[in-house]
Design a protein around this ligand. Sequence first.
Ligand code: DX5
Ligand code: ZN
Length: 234
Amino acid sequence: MAAQINPSILSADFARLADEAKAVEGADWLHVDVMDNHFVPNLTLGVPIVESLARATDTPLDCHLMIEAPDRWAPQYVEAGAGSVTFHVEAATAPVRLAREIRAKGARASMALRPATPIEPYEDLLPELDMLLIMTVEPGMTVEPGFGGQAFLDIMLPKIRRTRELIKKHGLELWLQVDGGVSASTIEQCADAGADVFVAGSAVYGASDPAEAVRALRTQADSATAKASWACDH
Ligand code: DX5
Ligand code: ZN
């Protein structure tokens, strides 16, 4: 599978979301960060805006819920038109039941890990998921649109590698997404470690040509994947 690039609208102009979606036509998904000011120290947007954005763009929406009580809220994001819904395992009460409910409603089910959350306790849950998101910054801290995001945490690379090994061990189709500080200088390390879906906020919307930034990141990721041992030795 070619690397997928998901621009994060957290770095876009929230007053012009439909235009900002058009500015990255050719992106695989639009990454939508939902923050509730409880799970993370920032407040962004909710169900009504996701509903409007889903009507305004043909690019599928990848909703990343950085919220408490995802068991209660996540299904509403599927109904609002999201094609993929990610909940945080640290916030979910019943992650297996929630992943099944998201899938049953017709979206891809995805689970996110904060930087300090290990993958190993969740090995048996992986078949219930369509994607696993590994945070490569502390979530919720990217506040100012148009400003650089946080620095990429390269101490997360071993977790990405171990997760890719688990995916191979179980023969799963699971996508492995990285989110936070992904840019031209870090995307190759992520692809080499085993990521295949890349969220990029400031690296895309901070560029003078966001659509070109998406293409350039994809080219970089594809060539790093072609050289990566995880992608070759099957
Ligand atoms: C962080 C968000 C990210 C953020 C990434 O809390 O989950 O999706 O938008 O922004 P960059 O790519 O600028 O680090
Ligand atoms: Zn995100």
